[in-house]
Design a protein around this ligand. Structure first.
Ligand code: URA
Ligand code: CA
Length: 433
């Protein structure tokens, strides 16, 4: 086989075979195929799309390009949850202990944040001495004993995706549905879960800004999951404004604790119940979504979910006493209010720009090499649809420097106050097999 012939075939709109896709992925991973040829193929895929059969073959080839984790020694149906990224998206921190508290094993591998999106690993690492690197045997033992562990992705998980993603990033080929679907699903399949709940975000703070595209991505991933013999469903959720009120690592852990205590933001809690109920049903711990939700509500109100969060922190070497003293996670030197300049209702709270504002404070990374300041971030006091009076605080800025002019300007520009607002729905669609 010659790569040039395969590029030509895709350029001319023909489908690549299983053997051809396996050849490409194997030889790109072992560096026989150079980046310039792979770039040309990626651009051809971007324009010519792929059939479901091609996407599943690409997904499986990437999933098998490195370690495939075997979770079969964990009892029960292992359910994973994956979000395509957002701003202030604190759901995993709440969901993992909440779902585990009703007996569903949660063996989750999470990622780091980049740009305006936050990552669960960074949030967890704001808990003193919390370990996200855990050996496979210990990971499996902890989940068997305690039903929950959230760790970093092992270095050898889907290495083909790691290389391809870096190449896509610099060749303007990220926003291609077959490439995103195969990238996400290859990692989920390699991570070993039996069932996967996908949270496909849409709006300003998401990858897929457009709802139609987000639905197509969700449908594609659900079909791929089925072909790969995993149970997959997707929730298409709104990310036009940040989720919850906290944006920033330590602040989001505090928000997760408050939510598990029953007094967190309503949108975050509702999102956790929606995604959690789907996870509980896929894991066959409940017959239907209503029953699943009742189990989750009971786990939360009884305090068992909060206890599970403490247990998870302790099992992963962290200091669980922060759950009772969450103020220890709020280490920023200054708390600066952002008073409203006019009265009205909030009509826009542009999620990606709010994410950038938090990043400028040090809560996120501009490049992969940047270090994170866990104590800084934003607490939003008003969401879309809320009434505001002049002088009322829109946001508390948690900063380590008094000089926050740029952050304030960005926030003022992206928190739009008008006469009336249409509140975005939390969920746009639910896609099942
Ligand atoms: N997230 C991924 O893991 N891959 C993509 O291609 C896009 C988002
Ligand atoms: Ca949040």
């Amino acid at each position: 086989m010659r790569m040039v012939d395969l590029i030509e075939k895709k350029r001319d709109g023909k489908a690549l075979s299983q053997a051809e896709i396996q050849y490409i992925i194997a030889n790109y991973t072992n560096e026989t195929i150079p980046d310039y040829q792979m770039s040309a193929l990626l651009m051809a895929i971007y324009y010519e799309d792929m059939t479901d059969e091609e996407i599943i073959q690409l997904t499986l080839a990437m999933a098998h390009s490195g370690e495939v984790i075997d979770l079969s020694s964990i009892e029960g149906i292992k359910v994973d949850k994956h979000s395509t990224g957002g701003v202030g998206d604190t759901t995993t921190l709440v969901l993992a202990p909440l779902v585990a508290a009703v007996g569903v094993p949660v063996a989750k591998m999470s990622g780091r944040g980049l740009g305006f999106t936050g990552g669960t690993l960074d949030k967890l690492e704001s808990i003193p001495s919390f370990q996200i690197e855990i050996a496979d045997e210990d990971f499996i033992r902890i989940v068997n004993e305690s039903k929950v562990a959230v760790i970093g992705q092992s270095g050898d998980l889907a290495p083909a995706d790691k290389k391809l993603y870096a190449l896509r990033d610099v060749t303007a080929t990220v926003s291609s549905i077959p490439l995103i679907a195969s990238s996400i699903m290859s990692k989920k399949i390699a991570a070993g879960a039996d069932a996967i709940v996908l949270d496909v975000t849409t709006g300003e703070g998401a990858f897929m800004k457009d709802l139609t595209q987000a639905k197509r991505l969700a449908e594609t991933m659900v079909r791929i999951g089925k072909l790969a013999k995993r149970q997959v469903m997707a929730v298409v959720s709104d990310m036009s404004q940040p989720l919850g009120e906290a944006v920033g690592n330590g602040l989001e852990v505090v928000e997760a604790i408050e939510t598990l205590q029953g007094h967190g933001p309503a949108d975050l809690l509702e999102m956790c119940y929606i995604l959690g109920a789907q996870m509980v049903v896929l894991a066959k711990r409940a017959e239907n979504l209503t029953e699943a939700r009742e189990l989750l509500e009971e786990a939360l109100t009884s305090g068992r979910a909060l206890e599970k969060f403490k247990e998870m922190i302790t099992n992963q070497g962290g200091d669980a006493s922060v759950v009772d003293q969450p103020e220890r996670l709020v280490t920023a030197k200054y708390q600066i209010e952002l008073p409203a300049k006019e009265a009205g209702v909030v009509t826009k709270l542009v999620a990606n720009e709010i994410g950038v504002a938090a990043m400028l404070l040090g809560a996120g990374r501009q490049t992969k090499e940047d270090t994170i300041n866990y104590g800084v971030g934003l607490k939003l006091h008003k969401k879309i649809g809320d009434a505001v009076a002049v002088g009322e605080s829109l946001v508390t800025i948690y900063a380590d420097s008094k000089e926050v002019t740029e952050v304030k300007e960005r926030l003022y520009k992206n928190i739009v106050i008008g006469a009336s607002a249409v509140e975005p729905p939390l969920i746009h669609d639910i896609i099942t097999e």
